[in-house]
Design a protein around this ligand. Structure first.
Ligand code: SF4
Length: 306
């Protein structure tokens, strides 16, 4: 099993974060500029559920009444605009139209605007008072359908983007793997276990023990369920402290076992800026890739065929 992924990864994105001025107040931001040349490694599908609902630009801002986006899909939440008009049905249609677009485009991930009652998903960077009740209507739909979800604000931080990018690559690589037998799970786990331990140590240790105890004939259904559990771990939000600690742990492992040595990799307690940390991680990534080794923090190499 090769730890290389060569297809261009397809990513959906909140249109207002892609630069389209589609917010209720006709604003929009060009967040992909933060990725510089790396943006061309991906295929982008921008969508706006509120525009697709037929509410237009500019429009009255909307809010969820009675619950969050999860509650919306079981009929327990309404959507109203500032004037109190009920736009629940329009919102549902707009979200489903965008979902169908992403499915047609065969997208695996979505970059969302944090805090939006439509596209929002996780609470990560914004202050609580601006967050509303995540997830939003469209965010909840994508969360439940297993999309890999990235807050657009994290594109501004080289470390946070590196964190999402290495996991997205592993996520899409795993999704495409044909996993039918226990031996496939062993191989996958050998490649992804350190990354899974970093993201959710308790679940990963339990999963590791379970995979180790499997007999040959557990059946395709169980194998597929374990694959889904690994995918779920890979899309969990992380934090910079944890990323730094595991970078050091995995780097020391490579240094001791494979003789890799990179001068500018620092221990987690060393003070340095985000750009330096991102450069350290990219150095270890490149060095291990060139030597054909698995770097536990970023085990899948992405080499798009042009
Ligand atoms: S619905 Fe989503 S894409 Fe449209 S303006 Fe709001 S956050 Fe942006």
């Amino acid at each position: 099993m090769e730890n290389i992924y060569t297809e261009k990864i397809k990513i959906g994105m909140s249109s207002c974060m892609y630069g389209a001025r589609v917010r209720y107040n006709s604003k929009g931001w060009e967040m992909l500029g933060y990725l510089h040349r790396e943006r061309s490694n991906y295929l982008w599908t921008p969508v706006c559920p509120e525009v697709m609902s037929g509410m237009g630009v500019p429009r009255s801002p909307i809010r969820l009444v009675g619950g969050n986006g999860e509650d919306f899909w079981i009929g327990n939440t309404k959507v109203k605009n500032r004037e109190g008009r009920d736009v629940t049905s329009m919102m549902g249609k707009g979200a489903l139209a965008c979902y169908e677009t992403l499915e047609r485009a065969e997208v695996d991930a979505y970059i969302f605007m944090e805090g939006s009652p439509s596209c929002g998903v996780y609470r990560t960077t914004l202050k609580n008072k601006r967050l509303g009740k995540p997830p939003g209507v469209f965010g909840a739909l994508l969360l439940n359908r297993g999309y890999f979800l990235i807050p657009a604000q994290d594109l501004q931080s080289p470390v946070k983007w590196w964190d999402w990018r290495r996991r997205l690559t592993a996520f899409v690589w795993l999704k495409r793997q044909k996993v039918t037998e226990v031996k496939d799970l062993y191989e996958i786990w050998h490649i992804l276990k350190f990354l899974c331990q970093e993201l959710d140590e308790k679940s990963a240790r339990e999963l590791g023990h379970r995979i180790g105890s499997f007999k040959k004939d557990i059946g395709e259904k169980v194998v597929a369920e374990v694959k889904d559990e690994i995918l779920e771990i890979l899309r969990k939000p992380s934090d910079v402290k944890r990323v730094k600690q595991w970078l050091w742990k995995n780097y020391i492992h490579l240094k001791k076992s494979k003789g890799i040595s990179i001068e500018d990799v620092c221990p987690p307690e060393a003070l340095r800026n985000m750009t330096h940390i991102a450069e350290e991680m990219i150095h270890v990534e490149i060095e291990s890739r060139d030597k054909g080794l698995i770097f536990g923090s970023s085990p899948i190499n992405y080499k798009p065929s042009r």
